[in-house]
Ligand binder design. Structure first.
Ligand SMILES: Cc1ncc(COP(=O)(O)O)c(C=O)c1O
Length: 245
């Protein structure tokens, strides 16, 4: 039985074999992916795919496979690059932007009956978690010019039950964050930036995703930055967040 090589899977006496929790990609796996992505038939296709197979086998003989399928060194490097680019101290690669939101919503300790202010124009992912825990979604009007959350309407919608404000930088256009952060401070409300569309956007000299308490970016394949499928980055400006985890 193979020995567990990663401490996260080392469950004391009940050692989990590495094969049970994930294996390295090998040349055959890669060919399966290529054959799936580039389907075809006929002698010309067969000839071409066989030629690729020969090259992949050569590559396999000289390459170093990643240690594991997920959260390898490239993920860590991407997080570091993100921190450097955004000027944050905590960037965490996540499955998608929606799961990044979940971290923030959980931190806020949302419970049934709490209120969360979101803009009237957004995607359902913005509010998936509050809906799941039975919160009341309060829609703030959008500014007809920018299609972004109107801070004046947010001010009207705040009640003692408001736990979070979630500005959405729709289409990558920054929300007017200054008045929103002011309101949040006054009422002791956490701000989560839905920055799904806004990696690289800047508001008054500050990178989007570094203004609210939390933010999440989407790396889904139709976004302005992508990991060729699903993915995302969650960030926070809360000092020391995660240090005790
Ligand atoms: C405004 C907005 N927020 C959040 C998301 C969710 O992103 P992800 O698919 O990475 O979870 C999307 C995705 O389309 C979006 O448009």
């Amino acid at each position: 039985m193979a020995k567990a090589t990663d401490f996260r899977y080392n469950t004391g006496d009940n050692k989990v074999p590495w094969a049970a929790v994930g294996e390295n990609y090998n040349a055959a796996d890669l060919m399966e992916v290529i054959s799936f992505l580039m389907q075809g038939e006929g002698p010309e296709y067969e000839q071409a795919i066989n030629a690729v197979w020969e090259q992949v086998k050569k590559l396999d003989a000289v390459s170093t496979p990643p240690g594991k399928l997920t959260t390898g060194k490239h993920v860590e490097a991407a997080e570091e690059a993100c921190n450097e680019y955004l000027g944050t101290t905590t960037s965490t690669f996540v499955t998608n932007c929606t799961s990044g939101f979940e971290i923030a919503y959980k931190y806020a300790g949302l419970k049934e009956g709490d209120e969360v202010i979101v803009p009237a124009i957004t995607f359902v992912a913005t509010m998936a978690y509050p809906l799941a825990v039975g919160d009341k979604l309060v829609f703030a009007d959008v500014d007809a010019r920018t299609l972004n959350m109107d801070p004046a309407d947010v001010a009207r919608k705040i009640t003692p039950k408001t736990k979070m404000i979630v500005p959405v930088h729709i289409g990558g256009y920054p929300v007017d964050m200054e008045p929103i952060m002011k309101l949040a401070k006054e009422h002791d409300i956490l701000v989560l930036e839905d920055a799904a569309h806004a990696f690289g956007a800047v508001y008054k000299g500050k990178k989007i995703g570094t203004i609210g308490d939390f933010a999440a970016f989407s790396f889904h394949e139709v976004k302005n930055i992508t990991s060729f499928g699903e993915g995302g980055i969650a960030t926070t400006t809360i000092p020391g967040f995660g240090n005790d985890m």
